[in-house]
Design a protein around this ligand. Structure first.
Ligand SMILES: [Zn+2]
Length: 133
C-alpha cells in the first residue's frame, strides 16, 4: 500500500482472481459462512475446500470475471471433475433462464483486452464489496 512499485500484469490478474473469488464465496455464504457447491450441493465453510468455479474456463478473459459465469464449487467438482461443466451449464439455465449457458459460451469467445488500470479498478471494486460483508 502506498508504494509506487509497479505490479506485474500476472500479479494484477492473480490479485483480481483472489478478491473476485472471495467476493463470490462471501456473497453466497449464509450467516455461519457456509456455502453450497453449485453442481453437487456439498456444504462447507467458504474458506474450507470451496472455490469460485468457472463455467467457461478462466482462459477466456471476456467471461473470467463475469458473475454469471461463475459459482461456488467444491474442490472435488472444480478441480477433479473438470468443473462439472455440463451440470454447471444446466443449472445456469435454471438459475438465469434458458439460453444462458449458450450466451456465455458465445461471449467467452470474444476478445477482451483489459488494461492494467481497468483490472486495478476491478480489484478496488471487489475489495469494497468484500469489505462490506
Ligand atoms: Zn461439488
Amino acid at each position: 500500500m502506498g508504494t509506487s512499485k509497479k505490479l506485474s500484469r500476472s500479479k494484477i490478474v492473480k490479485n483480481l482472481d483472489t478478491i473476485f473469488s472471495q467476493y463470490i464465496r462471501l456473497k453466497n455464504a449464509d450467516d455461519l459462512g457456509n456455502v453450497s457447491c453449485f453442481t453437487c450441493g456439498k456444504v462447507s465453510h467458504y474458506k474450507i475446500g470451496m472455490q469460485c468455479g468457472h463455467f467457461q474456463s478462466r482462459k477466456h478473459y471476456a467471461t473470467r470475471w463475469l458473475e454469471m459465469n461463475v459459482a461456488v464449487q467444491c474442490v472435488g467438482c472444480n478441480m477433479f471433475k473438470a468443473g462439472e461443466q455440463f451440470l454447471f451449464g444446466k443449472y445456469l439455465d435454471k438459475k438465469y433462464g434458458d439460453g444462458t449457458a449458450e450466451e456465455l459460451y458465445i461471449k467467452s469467445k470474444q476478445t477482451v483486452k483489459y488494461s492494467n488500470n481497468e483490472l486495478l479498478d476491478m480489484i478496488k471494486h471487489y475489495k469494497e464489496l468484500v469489505d462490506s460483508f
